[in-house]
Ligand binder design. Structure first.
Ligand SMILES: Nc1ncnc2c1ncn2[C@@H]1O[C@H](COP(=O)(O)OP(=O)(O)OP(=O)(O)O)[C@@H](O)[C@H]1O
Ligand SMILES: [Mg+2]
Length: 256
């Protein structure tokens, strides 16, 4: 099973868009995927048009928001054929408190220990990380083996990248299996010089990890309000072919 964290400390760079469309793209190709929403915004459920009653908080603590016991199996919501969701949302604020109260030597690897599926039950775990950096981010990077970083080719794109890679390196000291595997340029607009300049810089810095860019595509921003992935909302949109290409890159062992 592959465990991919879609992570970047900077907000609004396309993490959730990538996590959802990648997860659905993989599921459509017959891979069994669990998408884990690690953000208090809980956007992934909205993006997929579902409203699961429980999520990651209940999965980890075994309780609902009122302290009532919850069966772990009831926390994993079916979202599409081959795709399941462990939802995020405001309950994760409580989860972070809960994690903070656990013994120091255990608290960073609680998620990694909880997320051990039955052999062969899943092919991919995809984590949609929150912006910023906290005890939950550390837990995700202890549970994941691959990191996919979306970088928006707009505004001060490279700002904060160094700090984020510093966080990654400190996580790698504790999780030797963790690898910065993919840099995904997002919101690429070939008409703007800025997009090309940032893209070239990324190509030079990350020759091995760089993926083909996801173009700026308004359909990608419309799909979530319909509760659909781009493949459902507009199969012919450039966003769908770009995310298709990402799925191909990730499933293609030779190039990944
Ligand atoms: N390639 C794209 N073209 C156009 N709009 C996009 C593209 N990718 C993402 N968006 C839109 O940009 C906004 C931010 O994207 P998204 O929510 O995926 O970012 P995020 O990194 O998860 O944000 P946050 O850090 O707040 O979790 C959303 O409205 C989304 O629909
Ligand atoms: Mg997000």
């Amino acid at each position: 099973m592959r465990k991919i964290a879609v992570a970047m400390a900077k907000g609004g760079v396309g993490k959730t868009t990538t996590a959802v469309n990648l997860a659905h793209g993989l599921a459509m190709r017959g891979h069994r995927v669990l998408l884990v929403d690690c953000d208090t915004q809980g956007q992934t459920a909205k993006f997929l048009g579902i409203a699961p009653p429980h999520g990651l908080y209940a999965f980890i603590t075994g309780q609902d928001a009122h302290g009532q016991p919850v069966d772990r199996r009831d926390t994993i919501a079916p979202a599409r054929p081959n795709l399941w969701l462990l939802g995020g949302g405001i309950g994760l604020v409580e989860l972070k408190h809960w994690l903070g109260e656990q013994p120091r030597n255990l608290r960073q690897s609680i998620l990694a220990q909880a997320l051990v599926p039955r052999d062969g039950a899943l092919d991919y775990l995809i984590f949609d990380c929150a912006p910023g950096w906290d005890v939950l981010s550390v837990n995700i990077l202890m549970a994941a083996t691959e990191v996919l970083c979306p970088v928006a080719l707009q505004g001060p794109a490279l700002e904060g990248l160094k700090t984020f890679f510093g966080y990654l390196m400190s996580a790698q000291r504790r999780n030797e299996a963790l690898e910065l595997k993919y840099i995904l340029p997002t919101m690429y607009d070939r008409r703007t010089r800025q997009s090309s300049v940032i893209h070239h810089k990324l190509q030079k810095l990350f020759r091995k990890q760089i993926c083909d860019p996801i173009r700026y595509n308004v359909r990608l921003s419309e799909a979530p309000s319909r509760g659909q992935s781009i493949f459902e909302y507009r199969r012919t949109a450039s966003g769908a072919s770009d995310y298709d290409r990402l799925v191909e890159r990730i499933t293609n062992g030779a190039r990944s």
